[in-house]
Design a protein around this ligand. Structure first.
Ligand code: KG4
Length: 336
Protein backbone atom coordinates (compact mmCIF):
# COMPACT_ATOMS: atom_id res chain seq x y z
CA UNK A 1 0.00 0.00 0.00
CA UNK A 2 1.27 3.49 -0.82
CA UNK A 3 2.12 6.01 1.89
CA UNK A 4 1.16 9.68 1.41
CA UNK A 5 3.25 12.16 3.43
CA UNK A 6 2.64 15.88 3.90
CA UNK A 7 6.00 17.65 4.47
CA UNK A 8 6.35 21.08 6.11
CA UNK A 9 9.48 23.27 5.99
CA UNK A 10 9.81 26.62 7.79
CA UNK A 11 13.35 26.70 9.18
CA UNK A 12 14.48 30.01 7.67
CA UNK A 13 12.81 32.29 5.12
CA UNK A 14 10.98 29.81 2.84
CA UNK A 15 7.54 28.53 3.74
CA UNK A 16 7.07 25.22 1.98
CA UNK A 17 4.65 22.28 1.89
CA UNK A 18 4.91 19.14 -0.25
CA UNK A 19 3.04 15.91 -0.86
CA UNK A 20 4.87 12.68 -1.65
CA UNK A 21 3.32 9.32 -2.49
CA UNK A 22 6.03 6.88 -1.39
CA UNK A 23 9.14 8.42 -3.01
CA UNK A 24 7.29 10.12 -5.87
CA UNK A 25 6.64 13.85 -5.72
CA UNK A 26 3.04 15.02 -6.20
CA UNK A 27 3.53 18.68 -5.24
CA UNK A 28 6.19 20.99 -3.76
CA UNK A 29 5.06 24.55 -3.04
CA UNK A 30 7.69 27.08 -1.93
CA UNK A 31 6.84 30.62 -0.90
CA UNK A 32 10.09 32.61 -0.61
CA UNK A 33 9.94 35.70 1.57
CA UNK A 34 10.90 38.87 -0.31
CA UNK A 35 10.59 41.06 2.79
CA UNK A 36 14.25 40.50 3.84
CA UNK A 37 16.03 41.79 0.73
CA UNK A 38 16.06 45.44 1.83
CA UNK A 39 17.79 44.47 5.12
CA UNK A 40 20.73 42.59 3.53
CA UNK A 41 19.90 39.34 5.36
CA UNK A 42 17.07 37.38 6.99
CA UNK A 43 15.33 39.26 9.84
CA UNK A 44 14.12 36.50 12.23
CA UNK A 45 11.05 38.33 13.55
CA UNK A 46 9.84 39.20 10.04
CA UNK A 47 10.48 35.61 8.93
CA UNK A 48 8.27 34.08 11.62
CA UNK A 49 5.46 36.58 11.01
CA UNK A 50 5.55 35.87 7.28
CA UNK A 51 5.54 32.08 7.87
CA UNK A 52 2.42 32.59 9.99
CA UNK A 53 0.70 34.35 7.08
CA UNK A 54 1.89 31.85 4.45
CA UNK A 55 1.58 28.45 6.05
CA UNK A 56 -2.13 27.77 5.53
CA UNK A 57 -2.32 28.93 1.87
CA UNK A 58 0.90 27.04 1.06
CA UNK A 59 -0.36 23.76 2.60
CA UNK A 60 -3.75 24.24 0.93
CA UNK A 61 -2.10 24.66 -2.48
CA UNK A 62 0.21 21.66 -1.94
CA UNK A 63 -2.81 19.43 -1.23
CA UNK A 64 -4.80 20.79 -4.19
CA UNK A 65 -1.88 20.60 -6.66
CA UNK A 66 -1.19 17.00 -5.59
CA UNK A 67 -4.74 16.10 -6.56
CA UNK A 68 -5.41 14.45 -3.20
CA UNK A 69 -7.80 15.07 -0.31
CA UNK A 70 -6.68 15.75 3.29
CA UNK A 71 -8.12 12.32 4.18
CA UNK A 72 -5.54 10.65 1.89
CA UNK A 73 -2.60 11.87 4.03
CA UNK A 74 -1.02 9.10 6.15
CA UNK A 75 1.44 11.19 8.19
CA UNK A 76 2.82 14.71 8.57
CA UNK A 77 6.58 15.37 8.62
CA UNK A 78 8.01 18.74 9.70
CA UNK A 79 11.41 20.39 10.18
CA UNK A 80 12.23 20.31 13.88
CA UNK A 81 15.58 22.07 13.41
CA UNK A 82 18.15 23.47 13.05
CA UNK A 83 17.00 26.93 12.02
CA UNK A 84 15.51 30.15 13.36
CA UNK A 85 13.47 29.40 16.47
CA UNK A 86 10.50 31.66 15.61
CA UNK A 87 10.34 30.25 12.07
CA UNK A 88 10.57 26.63 13.26
CA UNK A 89 7.80 27.23 15.81
CA UNK A 90 5.33 28.12 13.05
CA UNK A 91 5.90 24.88 11.08
CA UNK A 92 6.13 22.74 14.22
CA UNK A 93 2.92 24.15 15.72
CA UNK A 94 1.09 23.76 12.43
CA UNK A 95 2.22 20.14 12.09
CA UNK A 96 1.24 19.33 15.67
CA UNK A 97 -2.19 20.91 15.21
CA UNK A 98 -2.76 19.13 11.89
CA UNK A 99 -1.71 15.76 13.35
CA UNK A 100 -3.89 16.21 16.41
CA UNK A 101 -6.94 17.35 14.45
CA UNK A 102 -6.72 14.50 11.93
CA UNK A 103 -5.30 11.86 14.26
CA UNK A 104 -2.17 11.36 12.13
CA UNK A 105 1.35 10.23 13.06
CA UNK A 106 3.78 13.11 13.50
CA UNK A 107 7.37 12.80 12.20
CA UNK A 108 10.18 15.21 13.14
CA UNK A 109 12.90 15.79 10.56
CA UNK A 110 16.42 17.17 10.89
CA UNK A 111 16.76 19.80 8.16
CA UNK A 112 20.34 18.73 7.33
CA UNK A 113 19.42 15.06 6.92
CA UNK A 114 16.64 16.20 4.63
CA UNK A 115 19.05 18.13 2.35
CA UNK A 116 20.99 14.88 1.87
CA UNK A 117 17.90 12.73 1.28
CA UNK A 118 16.57 15.17 -1.35
CA UNK A 119 18.53 12.93 -3.74
CA UNK A 120 15.92 10.20 -3.32
CA UNK A 121 12.89 12.23 -4.43
CA UNK A 122 11.53 10.68 -7.62
CA UNK A 123 9.83 12.64 -10.38
CA UNK A 124 7.87 9.52 -11.32
CA UNK A 125 7.90 5.76 -10.75
CA UNK A 126 10.56 5.24 -13.46
CA UNK A 127 13.07 7.73 -12.05
CA UNK A 128 16.22 5.75 -11.16
CA UNK A 129 18.72 8.59 -10.76
CA UNK A 130 19.30 7.98 -7.03
CA UNK A 131 22.75 7.33 -5.53
CA UNK A 132 23.55 3.89 -4.08
CA UNK A 133 25.11 3.39 -0.65
CA UNK A 134 27.60 4.40 0.56
CA UNK A 135 28.06 7.85 -0.95
CA UNK A 136 29.64 11.14 0.09
CA UNK A 137 27.47 14.25 0.15
CA UNK A 138 28.90 17.77 0.04
CA UNK A 139 26.24 19.88 1.77
CA UNK A 140 26.88 23.56 1.05
CA UNK A 141 24.38 26.25 1.96
CA UNK A 142 24.10 29.64 3.63
CA UNK A 143 24.40 28.02 7.05
CA UNK A 144 26.39 24.81 6.50
CA UNK A 145 29.41 23.32 4.75
CA UNK A 146 29.78 19.65 5.52
CA UNK A 147 31.13 16.45 4.02
CA UNK A 148 28.75 13.67 5.02
CA UNK A 149 29.28 9.93 4.72
CA UNK A 150 25.87 8.41 3.93
CA UNK A 151 25.68 4.70 4.75
CA UNK A 152 21.89 4.25 4.63
CA UNK A 153 18.88 6.56 4.36
CA UNK A 154 18.83 7.13 8.10
CA UNK A 155 22.48 6.40 8.89
CA UNK A 156 24.96 9.15 8.10
CA UNK A 157 27.89 10.83 9.78
CA UNK A 158 29.71 14.11 9.32
CA UNK A 159 33.34 13.66 8.23
CA UNK A 160 34.11 17.37 8.24
CA UNK A 161 32.41 20.74 8.54
CA UNK A 162 33.13 24.43 8.66
CA UNK A 163 34.70 25.79 11.81
CA UNK A 164 33.53 29.35 11.05
CA UNK A 165 31.61 30.69 8.01
CA UNK A 166 29.69 28.43 5.61
CA UNK A 167 30.50 28.47 1.87
CA UNK A 168 27.27 30.40 1.12
CA UNK A 169 28.21 32.96 3.78
CA UNK A 170 31.64 33.34 2.14
CA UNK A 171 29.91 34.12 -1.18
CA UNK A 172 27.40 36.47 0.46
CA UNK A 173 29.86 38.31 2.71
CA UNK A 174 32.40 38.82 -0.09
CA UNK A 175 29.57 40.03 -2.34
CA UNK A 176 28.60 42.52 0.36
CA UNK A 177 32.22 43.77 0.53
CA UNK A 178 31.94 44.37 -3.24
CA UNK A 179 28.70 46.30 -2.70
CA UNK A 180 26.50 43.63 -4.32
CA UNK A 181 22.95 42.97 -3.03
CA UNK A 182 22.00 40.04 -0.74
CA UNK A 183 22.17 37.11 -1.35
CA UNK A 184 25.31 37.73 -3.39
CA UNK A 185 26.12 34.09 -4.31
CA UNK A 186 24.04 33.93 -7.50
CA UNK A 187 25.39 37.31 -8.72
CA UNK A 188 29.02 36.29 -8.11
CA UNK A 189 28.29 33.13 -10.12
CA UNK A 190 26.82 35.20 -12.97
CA UNK A 191 29.73 37.71 -13.09
CA UNK A 192 32.31 34.91 -12.67
CA UNK A 193 31.25 33.44 -16.00
CA UNK A 194 32.63 36.54 -17.76
CA UNK A 195 35.88 36.77 -15.77
CA UNK A 196 39.38 35.32 -15.50
CA UNK A 197 39.57 32.94 -12.50
CA UNK A 198 43.40 33.02 -12.45
CA UNK A 199 43.78 36.81 -12.24
CA UNK A 200 43.70 37.25 -8.43
CA UNK A 201 44.85 34.90 -5.66
CA UNK A 202 43.26 34.82 -2.21
CA UNK A 203 44.12 32.97 1.01
CA UNK A 204 43.22 29.31 1.41
CA UNK A 205 43.02 27.67 4.85
CA UNK A 206 45.63 25.15 6.01
CA UNK A 207 43.41 22.84 8.08
CA UNK A 208 44.56 19.21 8.13
CA UNK A 209 41.39 17.10 8.57
CA UNK A 210 38.14 17.32 6.53
CA UNK A 211 37.01 20.58 8.14
CA UNK A 212 36.49 23.85 6.28
CA UNK A 213 37.21 27.46 7.12
CA UNK A 214 36.19 30.50 5.08
CA UNK A 215 36.79 33.41 7.44
CA UNK A 216 40.45 33.82 6.34
CA UNK A 217 39.40 34.09 2.70
CA UNK A 218 36.85 36.79 3.56
CA UNK A 219 39.50 38.80 5.46
CA UNK A 220 42.04 38.41 2.66
CA UNK A 221 39.42 39.55 0.13
CA UNK A 222 38.49 42.56 2.30
CA UNK A 223 42.10 43.73 2.81
CA UNK A 224 42.98 43.21 -0.84
CA UNK A 225 40.03 45.34 -2.00
CA UNK A 226 40.67 47.99 0.66
CA UNK A 227 44.28 48.39 -0.55
CA UNK A 228 43.33 48.45 -4.24
CA UNK A 229 40.50 50.92 -3.69
CA UNK A 230 42.97 53.34 -2.02
CA UNK A 231 44.93 53.38 -5.30
CA UNK A 232 41.90 53.36 -7.63
CA UNK A 233 38.38 54.07 -6.35
CA UNK A 234 36.85 52.35 -9.42
CA UNK A 235 38.84 49.14 -8.89
CA UNK A 236 35.85 46.97 -7.93
CA UNK A 237 33.63 48.23 -10.74
CA UNK A 238 36.39 47.91 -13.36
CA UNK A 239 37.44 44.42 -12.26
CA UNK A 240 34.20 42.89 -10.99
CA UNK A 241 34.15 39.97 -13.45
CA UNK A 242 37.74 38.89 -12.69
CA UNK A 243 37.22 39.45 -8.97
CA UNK A 244 34.11 37.24 -8.95
CA UNK A 245 35.74 34.55 -11.10
CA UNK A 246 38.87 34.45 -8.89
CA UNK A 247 36.85 34.44 -5.68
CA UNK A 248 34.55 31.68 -6.95
CA UNK A 249 37.51 29.57 -8.04
CA UNK A 250 39.10 29.93 -4.60
CA UNK A 251 35.89 28.83 -2.83
CA UNK A 252 35.43 25.89 -5.21
CA UNK A 253 39.10 24.87 -4.78
CA UNK A 254 38.71 24.92 -0.99
CA UNK A 255 35.56 22.77 -1.19
CA UNK A 256 37.10 20.35 -3.69
CA UNK A 257 40.41 19.82 -1.81
CA UNK A 258 38.65 18.24 1.18
CA UNK A 259 36.10 16.37 -0.91
CA UNK A 260 38.87 14.75 -2.98
CA UNK A 261 40.73 13.85 0.22
CA UNK A 262 37.57 12.28 1.72
CA UNK A 263 36.92 10.33 -1.48
CA UNK A 264 40.51 9.03 -1.60
CA UNK A 265 40.58 8.09 2.10
CA UNK A 266 37.20 6.29 2.07
CA UNK A 267 37.45 4.87 -1.45
CA UNK A 268 33.94 6.19 -2.15
CA UNK A 269 33.47 7.58 -5.66
CA UNK A 270 29.72 8.29 -5.65
CA UNK A 271 29.55 11.99 -4.84
CA UNK A 272 26.38 13.99 -4.24
CA UNK A 273 25.91 17.74 -3.90
CA UNK A 274 23.25 19.36 -1.71
CA UNK A 275 22.22 22.80 -0.38
CA UNK A 276 21.75 26.22 -2.00
CA UNK A 277 25.40 26.65 -3.08
CA UNK A 278 25.09 23.53 -5.28
CA UNK A 279 23.42 25.90 -7.76
CA UNK A 280 26.88 27.38 -8.35
CA UNK A 281 27.95 26.67 -11.93
CA UNK A 282 31.68 26.59 -11.07
CA UNK A 283 31.16 23.99 -8.35
CA UNK A 284 28.80 21.90 -10.49
CA UNK A 285 31.18 21.83 -13.44
CA UNK A 286 34.22 21.02 -11.32
CA UNK A 287 32.49 18.14 -9.52
CA UNK A 288 30.90 16.73 -12.66
CA UNK A 289 34.19 16.82 -14.56
CA UNK A 290 36.21 15.16 -11.80
CA UNK A 291 37.64 11.92 -13.22
CA UNK A 292 36.46 8.65 -11.67
CA UNK A 293 33.45 10.09 -9.84
CA UNK A 294 29.78 9.35 -10.44
CA UNK A 295 28.07 12.56 -9.39
CA UNK A 296 24.52 13.37 -8.31
CA UNK A 297 23.18 16.91 -8.40
CA UNK A 298 19.52 17.39 -7.48
CA UNK A 299 17.06 19.61 -9.32
CA UNK A 300 17.41 23.26 -8.31
CA UNK A 301 14.05 23.26 -6.49
CA UNK A 302 15.34 20.47 -4.21
CA UNK A 303 18.67 22.16 -3.43
CA UNK A 304 17.28 25.26 -1.74
CA UNK A 305 15.00 24.91 1.29
CA UNK A 306 11.91 22.89 0.32
CA UNK A 307 9.34 20.60 1.90
CA UNK A 308 9.76 17.75 -0.61
CA UNK A 309 13.04 16.85 1.12
CA UNK A 310 11.24 16.91 4.48
CA UNK A 311 8.52 14.62 3.12
CA UNK A 312 11.00 12.08 1.66
CA UNK A 313 12.87 11.94 5.00
CA UNK A 314 9.50 11.55 6.71
CA UNK A 315 8.72 8.65 4.38
CA UNK A 316 11.83 6.69 5.43
CA UNK A 317 11.15 7.45 9.09
CA UNK A 318 7.56 6.30 8.60
CA UNK A 319 8.81 2.98 7.22
CA UNK A 320 11.12 2.75 10.24
CA UNK A 321 8.22 3.66 12.57
CA UNK A 322 10.13 6.66 13.94
CA UNK A 323 7.30 8.86 15.17
CA UNK A 324 7.26 11.75 17.59
CA UNK A 325 4.62 12.94 20.06
CA UNK A 326 2.84 16.19 20.84
CA UNK A 327 5.45 17.22 23.44
CA UNK A 328 8.02 17.84 20.69
CA UNK A 329 9.61 21.33 20.53
CA UNK A 330 11.89 22.76 17.82
CA UNK A 331 15.66 23.04 18.23
CA UNK A 332 17.59 25.99 16.80
CA UNK A 333 21.06 24.46 16.71
CA UNK A 334 22.29 20.93 16.52
CA UNK A 335 25.07 18.62 15.58
CA UNK A 336 23.77 15.97 13.23
O1 KG4 B 1 20.36 26.20 1.15
P1 KG4 B 1 20.03 27.65 1.00
O2 KG4 B 1 18.93 28.02 0.06
O3 KG4 B 1 19.61 28.26 2.38
C1 KG4 B 1 20.40 28.63 3.43
O4 KG4 B 1 21.10 27.79 4.03
O5 KG4 B 1 20.33 29.83 3.78
O6 KG4 B 1 21.37 28.39 0.56
C2 KG4 B 1 21.41 29.76 0.30
C3 KG4 B 1 22.85 30.12 -0.02
C4 KG4 B 1 23.12 31.61 -0.03
O7 KG4 B 1 24.30 31.86 0.70
C5 KG4 B 1 23.29 31.94 -1.51
O8 KG4 B 1 24.15 33.01 -1.77
C6 KG4 B 1 23.90 30.64 -2.01
O9 KG4 B 1 23.19 29.62 -1.32
N1 KG4 B 1 23.74 30.47 -3.46
C7 KG4 B 1 24.78 30.50 -4.33
C8 KG4 B 1 24.23 30.33 -5.63
N2 KG4 B 1 22.87 30.21 -5.50
C9 KG4 B 1 22.60 30.30 -4.17
N3 KG4 B 1 26.08 30.62 -4.11
C10 KG4 B 1 26.89 30.60 -5.18
N4 KG4 B 1 26.44 30.46 -6.45
C11 KG4 B 1 25.13 30.32 -6.71
N5 KG4 B 1 24.70 30.16 -7.98
Amino acid sequence: MSIVILGIESSCDDTSAAILKDEVILSNIISSQKVHSEYGGVVPELASRTHQQNIIPVVDKAIKDAGIKPDDIDAIAFTRGPGLMGSLLVGTSFAKGFALARNLPLIEVNHLHAHVLAHFIKEDENDTEQPGFPFLCLLVSGGNSQIILVEEHLKMKILGQTIDDAAGEAFDKCAKIMGLPYPGGPLIDKYAQKGNPERFKFNKPGIKNYDYSFSGLKTSFLYFLRDEMKKDSSFIENNKYDLCASLQKTIVDILMDKLIKASKDTGITQIALAGGVSANSGLRNTIQNHKGWKTFIPKFSYTTDNAAMIAITGYYKYLNKEFTDQSVAPFARTEF
